[in-house]
Structure formats: C-alpha cells, structure tokens
Design a protein around this ligand. Structure first.
Ligand code: X8Z
Ligand code: ZN
Length: 614
C-alpha cells in the first residue's frame, strides 16, 4: 500500500557518479573499512529480508483495515512491531558502511533504508511496541468511527460515508453543522493517544539520528530538510494568488446564500463547503457555477442513470491506463480488492492502493458509490497500482515513488484527461460545444477540487511538523490547527472549539500517520506531468484541451518514469519526463489561466482575503 506504515518512498541526494561514498557521521568511532562487495552483499541481504517478511506483514495490515476487530488490531500491531524492529536492526547495521566506497545504487539503497518508514523506531523495545500499538489503535478508531445521537442505539449512528453524503448533497446550514460536529466529535477521544504517539515518533526519530520526526519526514526529497520546507513555501507562493481569487468568489456566493449566518472576517465556515474537511469544494458547483445556462457536466447523474456498478467504474478507469499501452490488471486484482463497504463489519473506508507481495498481488480498498468523486478517486488509486506494477522488477528498496508526491500524482495526472470530450466519448457526458463560457464552467468544476485543495494540502503537515518540533504543544493542538486553517485556507471553525477537541484527528492521515505534504506536491506535479505527456502526444493548443487517451507515445514515456521507482534522485526522473529542473507551479497556473482571468474580473472592487488571528 502506498501510505503504509511499513514502507514509504523517501530518499536522499547522492552524487550521480558511478561510484560514491556514504557520508560519515561525525559522532561515530572510526569503523573498520568495508569493501564495496561487502556493501553490495549487505544491501542484497536487506532486500531479501524485506521480501521474506513482506507478505506476512502486509497481510496483517490488510485484514486490520478490511476487518476491524480487537484481534486484527493485535495482529497488525505485532507484525508492525516485528517489522520495525527488523528495520531498526538493518539501519543500525548499515552504519558500518558509512564512509565506505560503494556503487551508487548500493549507497542510495542504504540512504533509503533510514527513511523507509514514517514511523521511526525507538531503541527501547517497550516504547517501540507501544508506538506500534498506538498506530494500529488510532487507525482502527478512525475506521470504526461513528457519530451517534444515542450511543446506546446503533440505529442512531452515522458513519463517515453517511455524514459526508449529507454534507455533499444537502446545502442546509444546520444539517451540515450536525454532520460536521458529529464526525469531529469522534476525533476527541484520539487526543491522548495521538499525543503519546507523537512523543514516541520523535523518540524514534532521535534514536535514528534526526532532530525530530518532522525532520525525518522532510528528509525524503533528495534535498536538505530545511530546503524542502523552503520549497513548499516557494510553491505555495506561486499558487496563493489564484487560491485567493477562488476563495473570494466562492465566499461571495456563500454570503448571498447564507446571509447573516456568515462570518464577517472574510472566512468560510468549514461545514458549508460540501466536504467534511473543506478540502474539496466540488459539491458547491451548483451554487458557484459561472454560467448557469450553459450545460455543465454531470457525471454523477450519468453514473447513476446508467447504473454503473463499482466494478464497471473500476474497469472504465483501467481502460484508460490500458489505452496508454499499460498492462491489463491481473485477475486477482478484481478477486481480492475491496470495492464496497462490507455490510457486517467495520473497515477503514479511506481509499488506498496496496501491493501485497511486491510481485503483482495488487489491490485497492475503497467503499465505492456511483459518484463522480469516487469515479475520480478510482483513477487516483489505479495510479498507485500501475506504479507498483511498473517497478515490481526492481529490488524492494527501490520499489517506491521517485518521491511520495510522484506516487500521488500519477493517477491524478490520468484523471486530468477526463476532459468533457473524453467523458462524452465514454458516454458519461453529452456533447458539449466548446466555447468560452463552457470552458470557464468546466475550469470552475475542476478548480473546486484542485485549487481549493492546495492550502489544505500544505497545512496538515505544517501542523504536524509543528507538533514534532515542539512549536505546537498539546496545550494548543486545536488552536494551532485552526490558526493554520484560517491562515492558509481562509476557512474557520463553524462553532467555538476548545482544547477538549482534537480536530486534526478527524482527518484520516493524522490517526493513519500518513505524511500529507505529498498531496500538495502532487497537485503541482500532476500539471507538470500532464504538460510533458501532452507534448509527447503532439498536442497543440491549450493544455486544458488535451487528453492523452489512447496515446502510446505518452504512455510509453509515463511507464518508463514509473519503472524507475526510487532508484535515482527524483530530479533526474522528473527531468527525463518533463525536461524541468524542479517542481514548478507554472503548469497549473497556465492551465487555469482562463478561470483566473474570469475570477479576477468578477472580484473586481471586492475586498478579497480574510482577517487572521482572533
Ligand atoms: O488520501 C487520498 C487518497 C489515497 S492516497 C484517496 N487523498 C488525499 C485525501 O483524501 O485527503 C487524495 C487527495 C488527497
Ligand atoms: Zn493516493
């Protein structure tokens, strides 16, 4: 699985020469010099050990996520404890190779080892066990979470799907507030566990040689951790003006609808964005559509009308990938995946993609309903699946994304090709006439997903980095969370919050311990990838009109990139596909220029932006 607690693609800069040395640590005594052959053998041994244990460990995770119970939680946490202990042993043993001459792939493998897990292991075995136990418990608590009017009566409970559906389909202020408060109430109980969990992650990070867990997470980008932080600032600076325009326009429409109930500080209350976390505003399209008379695209209605089953939705997404020349999914994918929410047990419904054996036993775990949102998420998940398949022939240590943002960007790139013309071609949209108004409508629809997400994508880990480095303390977990929500998103809490609340825990990736900056990076990268693929496909004209459906040249270049896994610094991988030297928001900005121009005009004379700090 891509967001697993076991494996994570994190890598560090290495010279591109054929032979290099691993950096020496100042605090270690002079080690006996190892030969390059010994280093190769060490790495081969680590790769073999990963293969030997992988199936059992991931099987435990799979059942813990698809059948939540006390027992599967025990199995998962014990498997994770053993796995992290072994990983720790390998990391410790790798210190003997510091300063030794070795081949570039071997040196890179050793570097990757340290950052393989976002859950670094404390030296103290009791603490390691405690950390693994908390990780499993938090994950299960999220998966099994329900908001109950009467906790004694199951029938009064609603799970996340049901609460989310209310928020997406019902525009009534009070109904949305009830759903929002219900789910955020679930997270309160996670607070003490999370606090302890964060302490243990930090202990593990320090025992591995990092200042704190955030520094370890930021070290996975082939650059210094502080340069990585600066990079996220730089990218945010590029896209912030576009986000501010969107926020301003959407807030104006919400002001019209909700009148006096709206705050006067320019922020949008989190519960009326159509999404539990205010990270995707697609559900507001009806309310904000620029040209109401001009036919928009209603994929939701088409999926329902045509009685799309979950499997049919998945096969439709698969057909896009195979049209690019990528292989058909193995039969076991359809036999073993979880497509729907089981009727009789709790599961973690948050969508994920898994590789159960590093050699083709790939699966997704979702709770699919016939909605456009789920249809698009399937494309996203298949991006992970095709990445797994493309790099399955590499050694396990290289079976990861070039960086974790790459992994998240693959399916999203393919999803960008769901243009009105393509949707028409597969029968999910009528014939749309291309004109300026239809274009602005279509761009608004996409921006409510892709642009609205950007500040959210950035702030989650800004919060966790702060928790890990101590600048956010348990006494102000929740207040700091809302400071960031206001600062970046211009989204505010709909009702007063206190430190009894633990609103970050309402978002899967916090109890699930999945680093989140990857999604911010992916939202920038996917437009870079799309621009490059469209060039390969010979597309001329504006980027938003391009669909690479059926294009084998683009497919080949894409597949070649996936096949590199994490075997080289991501900068090289990016350059080969795109020619770009680094991540850059110019592609996303170019893409949305028609909408941006329209928004700027609409917002003329308005005071955009919002007040920060209370
Ligand atoms: O978690 C996901 C994927 C699984 S890797 C469904 N995403 C983020 C989220 O839901 O918060 C995709 C977009 C952002
Ligand atoms: Zn993903």
């Amino acid at each position: 699985m891509t967001s697993t607690r076991l494996f994570l693609a994190l890598s560090c800069a290495l010279a591109a020469s054929a032979c290099t040395t691993t950096p020496k640590r100042a605090d270690t005594a002079a080690p006996p010099v190892k030969t390059a052959a010994e280093a190769d053998a060490f790495v081969a041994g680590v790769n073999q050990s990963i293969r030997d244990h992988y199936v059992e460990e991931v099987a435990a995770q799979w059942v813990a996520n698809t059948y939540i119970s006390r027992d599967t939680e025990v199995l998962e946490s014990k498997a994770s404890e053993r796995s992290l202990t072994r990983l720790k042993g390998a990391i410790d043993a790798s210190r003997a190779y510091e300063g030794a001459a070795m081949s570039t792939p071997t040196a890179r493998s050793i570097e990757l080892l340290e950052r393989l897990s976002p859950m670094p292991a404390p030296k103290d075995p009791a603490h390691l066990a405690e950390m693994a136990g908390l990780g499993s418990r938090l994950n299960a608590a999220y998966g099994a979470g329900k908001a109950c009017k009467n906790p004694q009566d199951e029938k009064t409970c609603r799970n996340l799907d049901q609460l989310s559906q209310t928020m997406a389909t019902n525009r009534a202020w009070d109904a949305n507030l009830e759903a929002w408060q219900g789910w955020h109430g679930v997270a309160r109980a996670m607070r003490p566990d999370y606090q302890r969990f964060a302490e243990l992650l930090n202990e593990g990070a320090r025992d591995t040689g990092y200042g704190d867990a955030g520094e370890l997470w930021r070290s996975g980008y082939d650059m210094e951790p502080q340069a990585m932080r600066a990079e996220t600032e730089r990218l945010w600076g590029q896209v912030e003006p576009l986000y501010t325009q969107l926020q301003c326009f959407v807030r104006g429409r919400l002001d019209k609808k909700y009148g006096k109930r709206m705050p006067t500080d320019g922020t949008i209350p989190a519960h009326i964005t159509g999404n539990m976390w205010a990270q995707d505003w697609s559900a507001l399209y009806e309310l904000v559509q620029p040209f109401p008379g001009v036919a928009g695209i209603d994929v939701d209605a088409a999926l329902k009308r045509q009685k799309y089953t979950p499997e049919k939705m998945v096969r439709s997404a698969e057909a896009f990938y195979t049209s690019l020349g990528m292989p058909a999914l193995p039969a076991t994918f359809y036999e073993r995946s979880q497509f729907v929410r089981p009727r009789d047990r709790d599961v973690v419904c948050h969508a994920s993609a898994w590789d159960l054996n590093l050699e083709g036993d790939v699966r997704i775990k979702m709770c699919i309903t016939p909605t456009e949102e789920d249809f698009r998420t399937i494309y996203h998940e298949l991006g992970h699946i095709y990445y797994y398949l493309a790099y399955n022939s590499l050694p396990p240590l290289f079976q990861n994304g070039a960086h974790d943002g790459f992994h998240e960007a693959i399916g999203d790139t393919v999803e960008l090709n769901l243009t009105p013309a393509y949707l028409n071609r597969i029968g999910l949209a009528g014939k749309t006439r291309a004109n300026d108004k239809a274009l602005v409508n279509a761009q608004m629809q996409l921006a409510l997903k892709k642009i609205a997400f950007l500040p959210f994508g950035k702030l989650i880990d800004e919060w966790r980095w702060g928790v890990f480095d101590g600048s956010i303390t348990p006494q102000n977990y929740n207040a700091a969370w809302w400071d960031l929500r206001v600062k970046y998103q211009g989204v505010s809490a709909p009702v007063p919050r206190t430190e009894e609340d633990f609103d970050p825990g309402a978002k899967y990736h916090v109890p699930g311990n999945t680093p989140y900056m990857r999604y911010f990076l992916a939202h920038i990268l996917q437009f870079q990838f799309q621009r490059a693929l469209c060039r390969k496909a010979g597309h001329e004209g504006p980027l938003h009109e391009c669909s690479i459906f059926g294009n084998k040249e683009a497919g080949e270049a894409f597949w070649a990139m996936l096949g590199k896994g994490s075997s080289q610094p991501w900068q090289e991988t990016l350059k080969t596909l795109t020619g770009d030297d680094g991540m850059d928001a110019s592609a996303i900005l170019d893409y949305f220029e028609p909408l941006n121009a329209w928004l700027v005009k609409q917002n003329e004379g308005k005071t955009c932006g919002w007040k920060q700090g209370s």
